[in-house]
Design a protein around this ligand. Structure first.
Ligand SMILES: N[C@@H](CCC[C@H](N)C(=O)O)C(=O)O
Length: 280
């Protein structure tokens, strides 16, 4: 590795993994091809999302850029927000800080037991905020794909279609997820969650992510899952643990302002520097 290259961290939130590039002192042009090369698990560093920490554009500590493994630029990523938040909390020594993203401003704070809590902003439920191709009731869309039907649609800055099922492990999500992701009802494609309410008040969820495929966790997906569970009366309170393949997140949909708060871990795996010549 050469000196002067772009520093990066490999991080994950419950197994949803990221290459986090710190571009504050090392600007770098990121074409979709370059993102795909860095995200490639066989030939690059490998990740679900490529994340950039950039100089603030407004009043935050930094701007967080998000790109899916397919190179698409996206608005929000809950798990990456906890990871970047943890880095910046450690760097600044602050107990709480504001982070900027395309999906809107985010507030990050330290939580108990080394966890990180993020105010992900409001859940957006209007059909054109998702966005959908035409007006529909977002509580139960007129959509059926294989064994999946009538999802709720939620935007957490990014689009989610949440299907309630009896047993998330009985659904072949890798088969049905891509059909929903690319359905004409979602002009910007969509993330796809299947959820199951449990007797103990928790929610079990699996996810097919837009621009990536199956991942072990999705923070914004967990927020959309809890919002859907509340809207449909599936959970006793406006807060509940959401169990993903990679572990548990605690989600609360606040009545006072409609904001969704997410608490969970942020894990550093290793650090490095991109070669300035090859960018890999
Ligand atoms: N893993 C993320 C979501 C990343 C973006 C998503 N695939 C999209 O295209 O909207 C999370 O933790 O929220």
């Amino acid at each position: 590795m050469s000196q002067g290259g772009t520093p990066f961290l490999k991080m994950h939130g419950l197994g949803n993994d990221f290459v986090v590039l710190d571009l504050r002192a090392h600007p770098l042009a990121l074409s979709p091809e370059r993102v795909r090369a860095l995200a490639d698990r066989r030939t690059g560093i490998g990740c679900d999302q490529l994340i950039t920490i950039e100089p603030p554009r407004d009043r935050g500590v930094a701007f967080m850029g998000i790109r899916n493994a397919d190179g698409s630029v996206v608005e929000s990523c809950g798990n990456a927000t906890r990871c970047v938040g943890a880095v910046l909390l450690a760097e600044t020594g602050l107990a709480t800080l504001n982070l900027e993203s395309l999906g809107g401003p985010l507030v990050v704070e330290r939580a108990e037991n080394g966890l990180v809590c993020v105010d992900m902003g409001p859940a957006r439920l209007a059909w054109d905020a998702i966005p959908l191709a035409h007006p529909q009731d977002t509580l139960a869309l007129d959509l059926s794909v294989g064994p999946l039907s009538a999802p709720s649609a939620v935007s957490m800055g990014n689009p989610h279609a949440v299907f309630v099922v009896d047993d998330v492990d009985a659904i072949d999500l890798p088969t049905w997820g891509p059909t929903v992701e690319h359905h004409a009802l979602f002009p910007r494609r969509t993330n796809v969650e299947i959820i199951q309410a449990r007797a103990d008040g928790s929610v079990r969820m699996r996810v097919w992510e837009r621009g990536v495929g199956m991942t072990r966790a999705c923070g914004t997906g967990a927020c959309a899952a809890l919002v859907t569970a509340v809207r449909r009366g599936l959970v006793p309170e406006r807060k509940a643990p959401v169990d993903l393949d990679g572990g548990r997140l605690w989600i609360e949909w606040r009545e006072s302002d409609g904001h969704v708060r997410m608490t969970g871990p942020a894990t550093r795996v290793f650090s490095g520097v991109l070669d300035p010549e090859t960018g890999s």
